[in-house]
Write a new protein. Structure first.
Length: 205
């Protein structure tokens, strides 16, 4: 197989090239809005946590389908940001998350895009569309809980920079304190969705 990676960010491309240099793998700079590939160039395209940031995810799926051969597949994996729960509750974190999701929705993005990716594939004309809900969970003292906690700590810390919006500094500090507080009864559940569909094969005449 031959694999091509695409990203807008030169830093990410440089990191990928340094850490994943398999001989059948190449990286190119580019934008999903104007994919630099010919029609039908690939057997399969895959996108992860990208559609959630777009104002027209169904249009993006159509662009992905363009570069897939007839009979090939489009695969998309995305978040359900409304499906994130801690027990015991972390009220400041939950409030901050709601504020961030409101900013995204006000800008035309859908932070729970995972729920809508399968329907978007149907609207984009793909066939044989399937979806799989994938839960991610960890109960203390599972080491995975620390990985999830670190991810959310980094996200909360850089939230204003990530979204370019103002968030109450006191709320951000309280959310960080909640995330940093370890308890022996802690549990985290997150939901993601994997969707895939097939591009219609050419019909013989």
């Amino acid at each position: 197989s031959r694999v091509t990676g695409l990203d807008l960010d030169p830093g990410r491309l440089a990191h990928a090239t340094t850490h994943n240099g398999a001989p059948n793998l190449r990286y190119v700079p580019g934008d999903l809005a104007a994919l630099p590939f010919a029609d039908g160039a690939f057997d399969l395209v895959y996108t992860r946590f990208v559609l959630v940031h777009l104002t027209d995810p169904t249009g993006a799926i159509r662009k992905l389908a363009r570069v897939v051969r007839p009979g090939g597949r489009v695969v998309a994996y995305d978040m359900v940001h409304d499906g994130i729960w801690f027990s015991p509750d972390k009220p400041a974190f939950a409030e901050l998350l709601r504020a961030a999701l409101a900013v995204m929705r006000a800008r035309g993005m859908e932070p729970s895009q995972g729920l809508h990716t399968g329907p978007g594939m149907i609207r984009a004309g793909l066939e044989d569309v399937k979806v799989q809900v994938i839960p991610h969970h960890a109960l203390a003292p599972d080491p995975l809980l620390e990985d999830y906690r670190d991810n959310w700590l980094q996200t909360v810390t850089g939230l204003a920079q990530i979204l370019g919006a103002h968030f109450d500094p006191g709320l951000v500090d309280r959310a960080r304190e909640e995330l940093e507080r370890r308890t022996p009864d802690e549990f985290l559940l997150e939901l993601t969705v994997l969707a895939h569909g097939r591009k219609a094969a050419r019909r013989r005449t």
